[in-house]
Design a protein around this ligand. Sequence first.
Ligand code: SAH
Ligand code: SF4
Ligand code: F3S
Length: 441
Amino acid sequence: MSTEKKLFIKTYGCQMNVYDSERISDALIPAGYTVTTDETQADLVLLNTCHIREKAAEKIYSELGRLKQLKLKKPDMKFGVAGCVAQAEGQEIINRQPMVDFVVGSQAYHRLPEMVKSVDEGGKPVEIDFPTEDKFDHIIRSKAKRKLPSAFLTVQEGCDKFCAFCVVPYTRGAEVSRPAQKIIDEAKQLVDQGVVEINLLGQNVNAYHGQGVDGEWSLARLIRELAKIDALKRIRFTTSHPNDMDDDLIAAHGDTEKLMPYLHLPVQAGSDKILKAMNRHHTAEEYLKVIERIRAARPDIALSGDFIVGFPGETEEDFQQTLDLCEIVRYGQAYSFKYSTRPGTPAAEWDQVDEAEKADRLRRLQTLLTKHQMDFQLSMVGKTLPVLLEKPARDPGQLVGKSEYLHAVHMDAAPELVGTIVQAKVTRTERNSLGAKIVTG
Ligand code: SAH
Ligand code: SF4
Ligand code: F3S
């Protein structure tokens, strides 16, 4: 083992990247690295990147420009680019920014120890294959006590759906599910490290179909088995596709107490014409039927979604149908974006909607979504909710935790209560959080 070196990782994009960044640091521990949160102290700076929209990808180059200043002060500092921009652009990143020492695609993190060794020997490796072996199989998980009582656990990667706007099938490859036993073992290890809430991740997590002891397991089966782990109190999953919401998963929302009443189910648009052009393979009505069935199984479920406005061909009338759909569903939370052309995806070649029009539609949609979010938060005031306390809040003496519906909840609480679930009465609602008082602790 070499002398201790410091690794700084900056993570962009989705929760799968957050999980990957943890595993990247696990992979580099045997190569002599420890993680630092101070970039100026780092021997190796790694950007774990996102390619989903143009802005996200361009951010990486401006960040590399900024990091050049650090390199001037510390010439030995090494730089790596990981994640979805790495996967999409490969060698091009080094051509554009020669300061970068290596590029590692999203499925090759187990190769990192060899790659940093090659960098130390003067190489500039680029690894963007989709290897047949599972990257996670070759990375030993750190056994250190977890800082947070909530953790992500990737169960499925990649996507075969090829929505006409999306880079994920190209940056993450084909859909692959991890074997069920590996997930259960990892969940047990997380619980031993102090975790009480696990969020199962996948680009299409409800398409999970991993090998179990008695054949293929669905996500519902996996959740039911995980729920048997005593000290695990809460289970969540994200992100789901409407076409993969099977009966058993819907039923699990009604009968599996540890499965939280929150579902992120992106629809993207409310117009059937646009949904078809997007290659989503469902209509607005079919989506609403799924929502109805979920609400029948779990009436208090909080729904969340993603929306794209200004997709090629979207007229004002199509956009109105998105607003109409939101009025019907009344999401507790939602994410909305202007359509961004992505190289290599079909929709990039089509006639584009005017930028100013996109901006106007986004503003109108966000006004409506915010109103629904506020209404939902307001409906919590006066209620007593179980809250998992997670960490100190910005205000001294306060902790912040999560409601079952994924609200951030602030309250006065002793630091020892981190990791416990308390009953708290909601006293106020703010823009993106709730305030509460502990009823029992
Ligand atoms: N697998 C998930 C989404 C992954 S990407 C699903 O199928 O829903 C996360 C979100 O980014 C998408 O839901 C979509 O709303 C948004 N997004 C993806 N590509 C985009 C693009 N080209 N322009 C704008 N938003 C995009
Ligand atoms: Fe992208 Fe569509 Fe796959 Fe989601 S389902 S990751 S939006 S291609
Ligand atoms: Fe971005 Fe890759 Fe996630 S493109 S959203 S980091 S899968």
